[in-house]
Design a protein around this ligand. Sequence first.
Ligand code: 5GP
Length: 188
Amino acid sequence: MGKGILFVISGPSGVGKGTVLKELMGKVPDVVYSVSATTRPPRQGEKDGKDYFFLTAEEFQKGIAENKWLEWARVHNSYYGTPRLFVEQKLHEGHNVILEIDTQGARQVKERCPDAVFIFLTPPSVEDLTKRLEKRGTDSLQDKKIRLRNAIAEMEDAEWYDYCVVNDSVQRAAQEIKEIMDREKGGI
Ligand code: 5GP
C-alpha cells in the first residue's frame, strides 16, 4: 500500500491493550497511532480526536457508504472503524502506522494489506482476564458479561496472528512489541 509498515495489534477486552500501547508509543517515536472512529459513548477522561472520533450511528453508516473505513466492525454492540485516508496517506509518506483493532477488523486488514504485521496481546490466563474485567469500574454488569464472552471468543483468533505477546507485565510486553517492530522495520 505504501512505504511504511502497517502494524495491527489486537487482544481481548481487558487484556490491557491501552496501557501497553501507551507504554509502547513512548518507545517508538517513528510509529504513528491511527485514531479509530466509534459509536460507543466516551468513557470518563476520553477525548474526541485523541482516544477515538466519537460519531453517531448515522455518521458512521455514512462513512461506510462513502468507503471511509479501511475496515470496520460491530464490537460489543457499537461500531468501530479505521479511517482509510489517514492510514493510506501515512503509509504512503513512509511512516509506520499502528492500528489497535479487534480480530474481525484485523481479518479485513489481512485481506486488504497482506504485508501488514499482526500482533496479538494475550493475558497470562483466562482467570487473570476475568479478574481484570471484573475490576474495571467503567462498564455496566451487562457490558462486562458481553465483553468477557467476546474476549474468550477472540482468544481463539490468536493463532493466525504473526506474533503473540503475553501481557504478564506492561513494561515487558511493550518492550517485546518494540523489538518485534524493530525487527520488522529492519526487514529481518
Ligand atoms: P473499547 O471500547 O474498549 O475502547 O474497544 C473495544 C474493542 O474495539 C477493542 O477490542 C478494540 O481493539 C476494538 N477497536 C477499537 N478501534 C477499532 C477499530 O477501528 N476497528 C475495529 N475493528 N475494532 C476496533
